[in-house]
Design a protein around this ligand. Sequence first.
Ligand code: ASP
Ligand code: MG
Length: 439
Amino acid sequence: MQVLKFGGTSVGKPERMHQVAQLITKDNEPKIVVLSALSGTTNALVAIGESLAKSDKDEAKAKIEALRAHYYTFIQDLLKKEELRAEAKAIIDEHFEFLLITLKISFNEALNRDILAQGELMSTKLFTLYLEEIGVDAKLLPALEFMRTNEEHEPDLDLISEKLTALLEKEKGPSIFITQGYICKNFKGEIDNLQRGGSDYTASLVGAAIQATEIQIWTDIDGMHNNDPRVVDKTFPIAELSFDEAAELAYFGAKILHPASIWPAQKMGITVRLLNTMEPEAKGTVISTATTSDDVKALAAKDGITAIKIKSTRMLLAYGFLRKIFEIFEKYRTPIDMITTSEVAVSVTIDDATYLTKIVAELEKFGTVEVDRNQTIICVVGNFVAERKGVVNNIFEALTSVPIRMISYGGSRHNISLLTDRSYKEEALQKLNTHLFDL
Ligand code: ASP
Ligand code: MG
């Protein structure tokens, strides 16, 4: 069984949905197809929730009706048969009636998550109707029946596997199953989700849960690129990556894949292919356990980073100092990305500055604290075996004109990270691109 995931833009227009139907029926491989909401829908649902949160019912209502109109237009081009169009309209109305009810009841976070779930629920039902229209035997598997998160809000892979296997065993007929990305139920049995962009994560979890032969993530770009195409003038798709390299890239900026979606596939050793709906024959990027070459694969950047330096003479020859520092970040559930130390100071970076003021106040008990906002992590990803000479040289040669605030090398074999001010990001990525890839 294969798992194929199509993102919002791949289902965002009727003709794109038609194309997805062609892609999933071109062979007889049994498959589970994971769909996102139509592009723009989840953002619209977030906006509706925001209007409700500030009790602006008129604004919420206007947004709900605008979205409904979009769906009415969508089904006109999606379906030809009148009776199926009527069925599609009834589905849309059912979901929008629910959204209108939210105007009348008290708003809370659980209700907000119900609202956010409507996008995937609609896209999968509409797509299944289209498959029916063209005579494809497919079955909708409701994600809410098997996708589960635990008390830590993490997906419970064992439970997902148990439930999904049981569901599939009951289904002897079709070989194409359609399910919703992103949505799940939490341990309380409430509707929840895997965070924005979470459909990739669903695909990887589903693939791991059923030990799929392959997981395909279909988007509108031809794989992961060696650099950010929006920033530098020349880039190319990377043919092969290891799971570790892909994880670094997904975390540090490559928008094409949700970073959490690597571990389930990696755990079960299932190959992940990133493919392009607009160019289905293109090779894309293969992420697998196969070892790849020992060189630089890609560059990525992550903006919005805050650097914090804690300087203390008490650190000199002391033990336990780092633990105390880390405990503060743990207390505020704030992950640290980079860390560098000297004998009397330690610098760390964080991406989520929600609790910055509180963190800094507590850190000040240990010494002087300096904060630099608006930093960018430039990340060089590859397979840097320790014996290889000249890797670091090459990087620094490229960056002679860029001031570097922190460097992290040797933490993993797959990542060399540099911290610079956001204003140097473009220059750093461009110069590294030219120097390391001859582009
Ligand atoms: N529809 C959700 C979002 O826009 C999940 C996804 O597309 O991956 O974030
Ligand atoms: Mg996505």
